[in-house]
Design a protein around this ligand. Structure first.
Ligand code: SF4
Length: 250
């Protein structure tokens, strides 16, 4: 008889049920299957009511993030063989309200993402017209921020963050890292605008540098490093503005 594997999956319809439950499903065990394959098998063959997000199945879209045995993972990159023969528990990402089963409400992150203005800002009067062409950048200038531009908005870092778990007002790892990505871009002049959010009470100073955000990040963005860099540059700002008034930052 073909070998099987058990998944214990979080089920919850907030509008109908007072609390979540767990449902166990048995799926064929295949060495080349990831958790998302097993869930798709359940959805297609066993229980069509199971709800979750996924899209690219290749670690690019960032939509299939879930807790797998308590750890934030992209389920398209979590192989069953790494857990076999023990069963696994699949839950929605920590820290976000549940819409249904494994689908989390991402509105809070989307709001914060907009607040850090994740796009190039030019000072008034310093924008180039289309006729003047693009803003040029050297390979070294690109390398300076490229790591922080690899984020796929999967939110595993938020699910791993102990600060966000107790205080959802924290701007959080991915939004701050993305703000830093633009702050470090040689073409950008919008740092002062982003600082209002990034260096606010809910921003970088909330971070206690546990570093789990960088541990779970599937794209090696290293949001913890982005936050610490922002702390350093914000501290330099403070010294310039308060202790050396004639040395105010440009
Ligand atoms: S920083 Fe990493 S873990 Fe966080 S959202 Fe971006 S890719 Fe995902």
């Amino acid at each position: 008889m073909a070998e099987t594997f058990e998944l214990e999956i979080f089920r919850y319809r907030p509008e109908e049920e007072s609390e979540p439950t767990f449902q166990t499903y048995e799926v064929p065990y295949r060495e080349d299957w990831v958790v998302l394959d097993a869930m798709n098998h359940i959805k297609d063959e066993i229980d069509g009511s199971l709800s979750y997000r996924w899209s690219c199945q290749m670690g690019v879209c960032g939509s299939c993030g879930m807790m797998v045995n308590g750890v934030p993972k992209l389920t398209c990159a979590a192989f069953l063989k790494d857990y076999h023969p023990k069963k696994i528990r699949v839950e929605p990402l920590n820290g976000f309200p549940v819409e249904r089963d494994l689908i989390s409400d991402m509105d809070d992150f989307m709001t914060k993402l907009q607040e850090v203005k994740p796009y190039i800002i030019r000072k008034e009067g310093e924008e180039k017209s289309l006729e003047e062409g693009e803003y040029l950048q050297s390979p070294a200038e690109l390398a300076h921020y490229k790591q922080y531009s690899m984020c796929i908005n999967c939110l595993l870092c938020y699910a791993a963050c102990p600060v966000y778990a107790i205080d959802s007002s924290f701007v959080g790892p991915a939004a701050i890292a993305l703000g830093q990505r633009y702050n470090m871009d040689s073409r950008d002049q919008g740092r002062d605008q982003r600082q209002e959010v990034i260096a606010s009470h809910e921003g970088i100073w909330e971070c206690t540098f546990v570093g789990e955000c960088s541990v779970v990040c599937p794209k090696d963005v290293d949001p913890a490093a982005a936050i610490q860099r922002a702390k350093v540059s914000s501290t330099v700002d403070w010294f310039k503005e308060v202790l050396i008034p004639w040395g105010r930052r440009k």
